[in-house]
Design a protein around this ligand. Structure first.
Ligand code: SF4
Ligand code: SF4
Length: 343
């Protein structure tokens, strides 16, 4: 039977809800894993510390074994990232394996290699979510990920993709024209995509300060947005206003970052911790990291880890912890040590 956009969207929503429900029932499995099949990228954005220009793709059998291990750990959603994952010659087989296990399949790409045929093959492989980050309206010395370069690709996606497309834009000191994120978000909305906005972080995942005009742009893009990506922006608003967040980062448990060497890290900006091979990563490791406290949490800007940790923020024991923490720190400073409490 031929898949349609509406049918795909309904199936995707139902599966996502089922996996969220599973996340409520069992605390000790990953909700979101970002995995790198290739560190190499066909661009060289000036702010990026997540790519190289020479490495080879991870061989398919190695990638499939890693995907199988994620399924054994009970992972809900696997997002393939890079470098540029569309440069991996066997990306479709990796996506298909994720779907065979019943996990949700996502992709973060710079979009340069997308065309009608490539999109059709991604449909065929079972891709469910795709995100492109666009940095500016016209390319400059900092970034080539521009609306001008990518607009034709976005039109192809609007026409052919059966998967959900989200367009992310970024505010931050290094990026050119202040109004660019608004122009990008409006174009994405016109094409029927959801939008999100992030805050440019430094090399340890922390906030680079924003000006008042950048904060206003942030608010406008959030207002334009739709979909799950824009509904959890309070933490970024706090950071923009200079307030730390009182949250428990569940990296290493609810969120894993698996590098091209097959090691589990907290996130792209905290590599080396815990630095354990995925094939040896166990439920005990997940349980330990669920409760471990990350000193970088109060000023962290990594949105996907905030989202993966959100479900557990709503548990009664976590609400009690936050209440006690607020009582101890009346001026809003987070009581980080309180995060050691069992949830
Ligand atoms: S396209 Fe993405 S991975 Fe490649 S250099 Fe730019 S930000 Fe880094
Ligand atoms: S708080 Fe968590 S997601 Fe943020 S930088 Fe630290 S380890 Fe990474």
């Amino acid at each position: 039977m031929q898949r349609t956009k509406l049918g795909s969207a309904l199936t995707r929503s139902a599966r996502t809800l089922r996996l969220v429900a599973g996340g409520v029932v069992d605390k000790y499995h990953p909700l979101l894993v970002q995995i790198i099949p290739m560190r190499r990228c066909n661009l060289a954005c000036a702010y990026c510390n997540e790519y190289d220009q020479s490495s080879k793709p991870v061989p398919l059998p190695v990638m499939l074994r890693r995907i199988d291990r994620l399924a054994e750990l009970g992972t809900a959603c696997v997002t393939i990232s890079g470098g540029e994952p569309l440069m991996h010659p066997e990306l479709d087989a990796i996506l298909a394996r994720i779907r065979e296990h019943g996990m949700i399949a996502g992709l973060i790409t710079n979009g340069l290699l997308l065309g009608p045929d490539r999109i059709a093959r991604l449909n065929q492989a079972g891709l469910e979510y795709l995100q492109i980050s666009i940095d500016n309206v016209a390319p400059d010395a900092v970034s080539q990920k521009s609306l001008k370069t990518l607009d034709r690709k976005l039109q192809h996606l609007a026409e052919h993709a059966l998967f959900h497309v989200n367009i992310n834009s970024v505010v931050g000191a290094q990026l050119g024209n202040r109004q660019d994120p608004v122009i990008i978000a409006k174009r994405a909305r016109d094409l029927g995509f959801s939008t999100s906005i992030g805050v440019l972080h430094d090399e340890s995942g922390q906030l680079s300060p924003l000006s008042a005009s950048e904060a206003a742009v942030y608010d406008e893009v959030v207002r334009l947005g739709q979909g799950v990506y824009t509904r959890i922006n309070d933490f970024q608003r706090n950071l923009i206003a200079g307030r730390p967040n009182n949250w428990h980062c569940r990296a290493g448990a609810r969120y894993l970052y698996v590098c091209e060497e097959g090691l589990v890290h907290y996130c792209s900006q905290q590599r080396g911790k815990p630095g354990i091979a995925l094939l040896e990563y166990s439920r005990e490791d997940i349980r330990r990291e669920f409760y471990s406290v990350k000193d970088c949490a109060p000023l962290c800007t990594i949105g996907c880890v905030h989202r993966a940790s959100t479900l557990d923020e709503l548990r009664p024991s976590e609400l009690v912890r936050r209440y006690r923490s607020a009582q101890k720190a009346p001026h809003g400073a987070p009581d980080v040590a309180a995060g050691h409490e069992a949830v």
